[in-house]
Design a protein around this ligand. Structure first.
Ligand code: FAD
Length: 230
């Protein structure tokens, strides 16, 4: 159930060029599933922002992590993000949530393909942390197809590469540039037999949706998360 929680900033670190993860104390009672998002609110803005003092952001931590909860985003000149970059550890923020249904299927019965454009990788980072932190065996083959404009902007790439070497059943395929049909066909041998998650900026999600349509993947097997605002 969605509620509003007051909490404070613990840390902030770079996860790629122009990309930041901000970590908060996990408020007691804040329960979520990997893949869900929150509305993050700032008490006051240091810079004007026409969209106001809050944004919708996916959670990057694992629900197993009882101490902290984190979000990650691309930096921009919006008043919200400029303020969030400047707030000192200890500053109070508001978390409203959790929201969304972009979670792992409760029953994993077929190979799962996760497709991420840029910062759209955040929900998958939470899912993979959740599955691997406690040594849970990934129950079905899982492939992450991850695309970025440049290698420098590939958030969490080192962590994902380490996960791929440690977690049997998990394969990472990273690409510089757009996800195209050739990339899908090279890395997914039976597209119609898989369950699909597609996450990223709306234009990227729309593009991959068209590719899957042409590969005749059943719409019922595809989940989408559009990071509107990009
Ligand atoms: C379900 C869902 C999950 C999401 N998860 C994430 C996530 O995990 N991470 C993430 O990063 N985003 C996520 N988003 C998108 C997020 O909510 C924001 O819309 C997005 O991060 C852009 O916010 P912004 O503050 O940078 O840009 P906006 O304020 O929306 O501005 C748009 C653009 O205008 C420019 N701009 C704005 N104000 C100024 C100014 N004063 N001067 C100059 N330029 C300006 C900014 O640089 C930006 O590029 C999610 C969205 C949804 C719907």
């Amino acid at each position: 159930m969605s509620r509003i929680f007051a909490t404070s900033i613990v840390a902030r670190h770079s996860i790629a060029e122009n990309s930041v993860e901000v970590v908060f104390d996990r408020p007691p009672g804040f329960e979520y599933r990997s893949g869900q998002y929150i509305q993050l609110g700032l008490r006051s803005l240091l810079h004007r922002d026409a969209k106001g003092p809050s944004r919708v952001l996916s959670v990057s931590t694992s629900p197993h992590d009882t101490a902290t909860v984190a979000v990650a985003f691309r930096e921009s000149d919006s008043g919200f993000k400029r303020t969030l970059r400047q707030l000192a550890p200890g500053s109070e923020v508001l978390i409203e949530g959790p929201h969304g249904f972009y979670t792992l299927p409760r029953e994993l019965t077929r190979p799962l393909v996760l497709v991420a454009g840029g910062i759209g990788v955040v929900p998958y980072v939470s899912m993979l942390r959740y599955l691997t932190e406690w040594g849970i065996r990934i129950p079905v083959p899982m492939t992450l197809l991850y695309a970025n404009g440049t290698i420098e902007r590939a958030a969490y790439l080192d962590e994902l590469r380490k996960t791929a070497t440690r977690a049997p059943g998990f394969v990472l395929r990273h690409r510089i540039g757009l996800i195209d049909r050739n990339f899908l066909e090279r890395n997914v041998h039976d597209p119609r037999g898989c369950a699909w998650h597609v996450s990223g900026p709306p234009a990227m999600v729309c593009h991959v949706r068209n590719l899957l349509f042409h590969l005749r993947v059943d719409e019922a097997r595809i989940c989408y998360e559009e990071f509107s605002g990009y």
